[in-house]
Design a binder for this molecule. Structure first.
Ligand code: NAI
Length: 300
C-alpha cells in the first residue's frame, strides 16, 4: 500500500493557529497539500486577536518544505468566510478541502445563558461553517471535487452540562454534514464530521494534565486527513477520535411500534412505550427519504 498524499490539493483549515487545527495543517502540508492557515488568534472565549499563532504554523510548515499561507479573517461573518476562500484562490488558485475547526467556548448552565454567551458560539461554530464552506462549495461543484470536514463534539452528540450553546452548535454541524453529503454526492464532494477528544488549551483544565498529555491533538489529525483525501469512501459520517481511538458515531432508528387498525392514541404510546424505546435492533438511514419509505411501506 502506498502512503497517502495530497499533492496539489488546496486545503483551508480554520482555527489553525493552535491545538487541533495546527496539527491538521501540519499533517496535510507534510503530505503535500497547500494549506491556508486561518486563525484570528483570539482567547478561548473568542475575545482578542493576534496574527502570531497562525504565522508560527505557516513558518513551521515552510521550514519543513511545505507550502502555506496565513489568513486572519474571522469565520464568524459571511465577509470573513468569503475572504478566507479568496485567500485560497488568490494564493493557490483553487480550493479542494475545507476543515471547519475554528471554535470558542462560553460555557454557562442553561438558565444563566445570555445572548452574548450564545450568539458568538453559534456564529463561530455553526454559522462559521456555512460562511466558509459555502463560497468554497461553489468552486467544488464547478470542479466536481471537494472534501468538507466539520468539527462536532460529544458535548452536542451526547450532551454535556453547561454547554447548551456549544452543544447545539456542534450537533447542528452534524446535521450540516448530513445534508452536504446528500447535495455533494453528484459532484464528488464528501462531507463528514469528527468529534475530537484532545488535550488543548480548550480542554486541559477539564481533562487534567495527565489525561490531556495522553490525548495529544496530533492523534486526531490522521482521521481528518483521511476524510479530506480523495480516497475517502464515506460521506455524511461522524467519527469520535481521541488518543488513537477512532469510532463511528451514528444516528440509528429503532424498529418502533405502529398501529394500523385505528388512529394512534396517547394510551397506545404509554402501553407500547417499551417497543418504542427499543434500540437492540436499529436502522441507519442513508437520508430522510429512506425513512419516509419505511413509514410509507408500513402504511400500505
Ligand atoms: P483551540 O482553542 O486550541 O483552537 C481553536 C482555534 O480557533 C483557536 O486557535 C482560535 O484562535 C480559533 N478561532 C476562534 N474563533 C475563530 C474565528 N472566529 N475565526 C477563525 N479562527 C477562530 O481548541 P481546540 O481544542 O484545538 O479546538 C478545535 C476545534 O475542536 C474546536 O471547534 C473545538 O470546539 C473542537 N473540539 C475540541 C475538543 C477537544 O477535546 N479539544 C472536543 C470537541 C470539539
Amino acid at each position: 500500500m502506498v502512503d497517502l498524499g495530497f499533492d496539489g490539493k488546496v486545503a483551508i483549515v480554520t482555527g489553525a493557529g493552535g491545538g487541533l487545527g495546527r496539527e491538521h495543517s501540519l499533517l496535510l502540508a507534510g503530505r503535500g497539500a497547500l494549506v491556508v492557515v486561518n486563525d484570528v488568534g483570539g482567547a478561548v472565549d473568542g475575545t482578542g486577536g493576534d496574527a502570531g499563532p497562525g504565522q508560527l504554523v505557516v513558518d513551521e510548515i515552510k521550514a519543513a518544505g511545505g507550502e502555506a499561507v496565513l489568513d486572519t479573517n474571522s469565520v464568524a461573518t459571511p465577509e470573513g468566510g468569503a475572504a478566507i476562500v479568496q485567500t485560497a484562490l488568490d494564493t493557490f488558485g483553487r480550493v479542494d478541502i475545507v476543515v471547519n475547526n475554528a471554535g470558542i467556548l462560553r460555557d454557562k448552565s442553561f438558565h444563566n445563558l445570555t445572548p452574548d454567551l450564545v450568539d458568538p458560539v453559534i456564529d463561530v461554530h455553526l454559522r462559521g461553517a456555512f460562511y466558509v464552506t459555502q463560497p468554497a462549495w461553489v468552486h467544488m461543484r464547478e470542479q466536481a471535487y471537494g472534501r468538507v470536514i466539520v468539527t462536532a463534539s460529544s458535548a452536542g452528540i451526547f450532551g454535556n452540562f453547561g454547554q447548551a450553546n456549544y452543544g447545539a452548535a456542534k450537533m447542528g454541524l452534524v446535521g450540516l454534514a448530513h445534508v452536504l453529503a446528500q447535495e455533494g454526492e453528484r459532484y464528488n464532494i464528501k462531507a463528514n464530521a469528527v468529534a475530537p477528544i484532545a488535550g488543548t488549551r480548550m480542554t486541559r483544565e477539564v481533562f487534567g494534565d495527565e489525561l490531556a498529555d495522553m490525548l495529544t491533538p496530533g492523534l486526531v489529525s490522521p482521521v481528518v486527513a483521511w476524510l479530506a483525501h480523495e480516497d475517502c469512501p464515506v460521506s455524511g459520517h461522524t467519527y469520535s477520535v481521541g488518543g488513537g481511538r477512532v469510532a463511528r458515531v451514528f444516528v440509528g432508528e429503532g424498529p418502533g411500534y405502529m398501529r394500523t387498525d385505528a388512529p394512534l392514541t396517547i394510551e397506545d404510546v404509554r402501553d407500547h412505550f417499551d417497543e418504542i424505546e427499543r434500540t437492540d435492533d436499529f436502522s441507519i438511514m442513508r437520508n430522510a427519504t429512506d425513512e419516509l419509505r419505511v413509514v410509507a411501506k408500513l402504511l400500505r
